[in-house]
Design a protein around this ligand. Sequence first.
Ligand SMILES: [Zn+2]
Length: 151
Amino acid sequence: MVERYWEALKGVKDPEIPVLNIVEMGMVLGVEAEGEKVRVRFRPTFSGCPALRLIREEIEKALREAGAKEVEVVEARTPWSTEDMAEEARRKLLGYGVAPPLPLPLVGKDPPCPRCGSQEVVLKNTFGATLCKMLYQCAACGEVFEAFKTV
Ligand SMILES: [Zn+2]
C-alpha cells in the first residue's frame, strides 16, 4: 500500500526548482505505512535551505490527501549528496536552464553553460537566487544562469 504514498510524494515539488519533485531529488529514503499511519524517512538537501519547512508541510499534505491519517516525517542523519539525484532530475534541470550538479570528483569546478555548452563561464555570485545555487555568466553566449551546487 505504500505505492500510492510514493506516488503522492512525487507530487511534492522542490520549491527551489519547481520542475523537480522530492523523489527524483533523492530526498525520500523510505516510506512505511502501518494502517493509516505513514512514516517518511526524509533527507533534506541543504540544511540551510529555507524551503525545508515548506517541504515538510507539503509532504504531510500530500500524504493526507492520499489517505494517511497520521504522518510522521523522520529526518535521516545521512547527508544528502547531489549524487543521489536521479538522472531524470539532471535532465530536467538542464531543460530548466539550470546547470545540473557536477559529479562529486569535480566539486569546485565550474559547470558548462546549459545553453551553449561552453566551458568559458564566470562565477558572478556564490549564492544565486538561493543558497543551493550559484550564479554564472557564460563568456561565449552571454547567458546568465544558475548552477546547482555539487555537494
Ligand atoms: Zn553559453
